[in-house]
Design a protein around this ligand. Structure first.
Ligand SMILES: Cc1ncc(COP(=O)(O)OP(=O)(O)O)c(N)n1
Ligand SMILES: Cc1nc(C(=O)O)sc1CCOP(=O)(O)O
Ligand SMILES: [Mg+2]
Length: 559
């Protein structure tokens, strides 16, 4: 007892794990904090009566993904891809190896399946001891392995399960045969929070039906959802070549077409594993499902683009550089996607006064909004000094980029240029949109505030990408703002082909009425106080996102 007391004093963060005493005289001490490599094994200690001495306040839960997958000796996919992805996303990753493959850029030369009982032993070791937040599965080569995983998850529940139903490698080699399909459908999918099949895997899960169009992908997502997973992402990377890669996300209520640029590269081995483990990592950090999927798509796209010319191996299936995000030149690189009007769905506009009132930084506020589902962000910092504004804008941009969410600057074209933001929002008394366009170039997003049909017409002529129209309701956030009501909003929508986002006094109580107007180019709502003047930005964003997307969907069908 005395010996342990000395040790505890020396090691501030030591705790004894009470769940896994390994036998008399043996115990594990685990150094908490984000330094999982510093695990001490205090075998020499003989006092088995020592109980945990750590106070709750000094415990720091680390976001933790457990990858249950096969090893890829070439390290482009499988366990190795999952480890690198989680490292790049700042999340701890433990591993349970289900198979060892001899693999390179040419193909799979051999597979050695780990016996079920040893998969089970690995699962027990990790799940009984470490606080796993999310389990992500990859190659599950036998029915027995799926069974032991199912049993382990029943015994040690985790916050989320991400299932990448790996069946065939990029090179076309079979990694799990058709015998696995029944148990996937019956046991694993009903437990999953998301399943991420590519076209071949979706087809296999559905008994071999052909999937050739985006419409087929929607039907497939719906049918797979009926098997029990909370969310489905059908990846359309194998659809006949088009300029965009389209994935279909279905949460049981609505479909989202998630588009990204198709990167021309042979270095795409491991993209499926990487996407799924990045979703798991984002969920482990507290993200909602759709923002996690968007962030993961953006991460994969950035890594593929960064690695498109690297050369590793002589085969056709090259790996890519998962850690590219940690290299400073990529950290601040431009957004790859073009402006997507659907990004206007939940537009979060910041307010410095509200952030000071609640004692949070702009970056923390923006991060919470995105994690709750905000699809575009505008920094509207009327009272922040220029140097601070620029510094904060750079930090926020990093957060937005890592989630694939566009970030615009209100009024200040100079700040937008200096931090390489994705665009600006200007009003009728700000810099004219056509001047902003000539300064920012064709690739940046420009939004213009419009209250009348004349404003709307001019915005189009000036080369704006979208219109912000309001105040739909009266607001305390912007002084002396005139209210145009729902009728004024309709007039602006009908006067333009540009996508429109409604603004002004919008919150949970009335966002539904706005979304209900059902005009095709009304794409979403922009909110300030309904997010940033609230205690929990993340949960308000989540509620607003659900409300607006569901109402828009219903209204679009009726109109
Ligand atoms: C999306 C969106 N719409 C409208 C506005 C208002 O812009 P503006 O009229 O320039 O007023 P300020 O925001 O600068 O006070 C906006 N910011 N965002
Ligand atoms: C920034 C802004 N522009 C408006 C316009 O009518 O163009 S209303 C507005 C403030 C919106 O804040 P809240 O969501 O807290 O009402
Ligand atoms: Mg302005």
């Amino acid at each position: 007892m005395e010996m342990s007391a000395v040790l505890y004093q020396e090691l501030n963060f030591v705790c004894i794990n009470p769940r896994q005493q390994q036998g008399p005289g043996q115990m594990q001490a685990l150094v908490l904090g984000f330094q999982p490599s510093r695990v001490l094994n205090l075998k020499a200690m003989h006092d088995t009566n020592v109980s945990a001495v750590i106070s709750e306040s000094s415990k720091q839960r680390v976001p933790h993904v457990l990858s249950v997958a096969g090893s890829d000796s070439g390290a482009g996919a499988g366990i190795q891809a999952d480890l690198k992805t989680c490292a790049a996303r700042g999340v701890y990753c433990s591993t349970v190896v289900t198979a060892v493959t001899a693999q390179n850029t040419v193909g799979v030369q051999g597979v050695n399946i780990v016996p079920e009982r040893f998969v089970s032993e690995q699962l027990k070791s990790v799940l009984s001891d470490m606080h796993v937040t999310v389990v992500k599965t990859g190659m599950l080569p036998t029915v027995g392995i799926v069974e032991v995983l199912y049993d382990s998850l029943k015994q040690f529940p985790v916050q989320a399960l991400v299932v990448d139903p790996v069946m065939v490698s990029t090179s076309g080699d079979v990694l799990a045969g058709p015998s696995i399909l029944d148990i996937f459908r019956e046991q694993l999918l009903p437990m999953a929070d998301i399943v991420t099949p590519n076209l071949k895997e979706a087809s296999a899960l559905l008994g071999g039906i052909k999937l050739q169009t985006v419409s087929d992908m929607r039907s497939a997502a719906k049918s797979i959802h009926e098997m029990g997973p909370r969310n489905v992402l059908v990846k359309g990377g194998d659809l006949p070549a088009a300029s965009d890669a389209v994935d279909i996300f279905f949460d049981g209520l609505e479909f989202f077409e998630l588009r990204s640029l198709r990167i021309q590269t042979q270095n795409s081995h491991g993209t499926g594993c990487t996407l799924a483990s990045c979703i798991a990592a984002e969920l482990a950090k507290g993200s909602q499902m759709l923002p996690a999927v968007r962030a993961a798509k953006h991460y994969v796209e950035t890594a593929l683009d960064y690695s498109k010319d690297i050369h590793i191996g002589n085969g056709l299936q090259g790996p890519f550089d998962h850690l590219c995000k940690l290299k400073t030149n990529v950290q601040n690189s431009s957004r790859l996607q073009r402006f997507d009007p659907d990004d206007l769905l939940l537009y979060a506009v910041t307010d410095s006064k509200m952030n000071s009132k609640w004692g949070r930084s702009i970056t923390d506020a923006v991060k919470a909004a995105i994690e709750g589902g905000a699809t575009i962000v505008q920094l509207r910092e009327k009272d922040t000094e220029t140097s601070n504004f620029l510094e904060e804008a750079r930090k926020c941009l990093e957060v937005c980029r890592s989630h694939g969410v566009p970030m615009l600057i209100n009024d200040r074209v100079d700040i937008a240029l200096a931090c390489d933001a994705d665009g600006v929002h200007v009003g009728q008394s700000d810099m004219p949109a056509h001047v902003a366009r000539s300064l920012l170039g064709p690739k940046k997003i420009i939004g213009v505030s419009c209250k009348t049909r004349e404003h709307a017409h001019q915005a189009w002529v000036d080369g704006a990408d979208y219109i912000g129209s309001g105040g739909v309701y009266s607001t305390n956030t912007k002084a002396n703002n005139s209210t145009i009501g729902l009728d004024g909003l309709k007039t602006v929508c009908l006067a333009s082909k540009l996508p429109v986002v409604a603004i002004g006094g919008i919150g949970l109580s009335n966002a539904g009425s706005v979304a209900e107007i059902g005009l095709e180019n009304l794409k979403g709502v922009a909110v300030v106080s309904a997010l940033f003047d609230r205690e929990c930005i993340r949960s308000e964003a989540r509620k607003l996102h659900t409300l607006v997307s569901q109402t828009m969907k219903t209204s679009a069908v009726t109109c």
